[in-house]
Design a protein around this ligand. Structure first.
Ligand code: NI
Length: 184
């Protein structure tokens, strides 16, 4: 395994639609998955997409920990709001409902900054992992947000292009003025 260099906003690899992965179980894809996971954890991220490590492929890894889940989740919905470490190759997403919510996001390719982004709160996604297993899930809240953020990466979009109010684009060091403290 190896730590990979992370591409930054402005590099063309982050601005173009990525290509389907022809064989998700190929050895080079499994190696890339392992390296992406190591790189994501090292950078303290909750997700990383292949173009963020200079691979223009439709795949990303992510997780949605319980401590980041929305406070307003309904009883019995815990599973929708959280996800274990997940590898998603050639994913498809389907937005469910029309509800959207704002939250400050960060991105490993835009270090030091945060921006408020409105995202759909409920969706369904499917794809395969590096072992050829089908992943099919419904997601809400933070879980749904992470999947949309990573999916945007493989479509060549970064979160600032989704922002509605550029006054809510700020340095992480100033975020405490705007972002409510996350409960630990
Ligand atoms: Ni990102």
């Amino acid at each position: 395994m190896a730590l990979l260099k992370i591409s930054r906003m402005g590099h063309p690899v982050l601005m173009n639609r990525c290509a389907e992965v022809p064989d998700p179980t190929a050895p080079e894809i499994r190696r890339l998955v392992a390296d992406m996971i190591e790189t994501m954890h090292d950078a303290n991220g909750v997700g990383i997409a292949a173009p963020q490590v200079y691979a223009p492929l439709r795949m990303f890894v992510f997780f949605a920990p319980d401590e980041r889940a929305d406070n307003e989740k309904l009883p019995g919905e815990d599973e929708l709001h959280t996800a274990p470490l997940t590898v998603l190759i050639n994913p498809q997403i389907e937005i469910l409902g029309t509800e959207e919510a704002p939250l400050f996001e960060g991105c490993l390719s835009i270090p030091g900054l945060r921006g408020e982004v409105h995202r759909a709160t409920h969706l369904r996604y499917r794809g395969v992992d590096q072992n050829g297993n089908t992943i099919a899930r419904e997601a809400k809240g933070f879980h749904a947000r992470v999947v949309q953020h990573e999916y945007d990466h493989i479509e060549g979009r970064l979160y600032p292009t989704r922002m509605r109010n550029m006054k809510r684009f700020l340095f992480e060091s100033e975020a405490q003025h705007w972002v409510k403290k996350e409960p630990k």
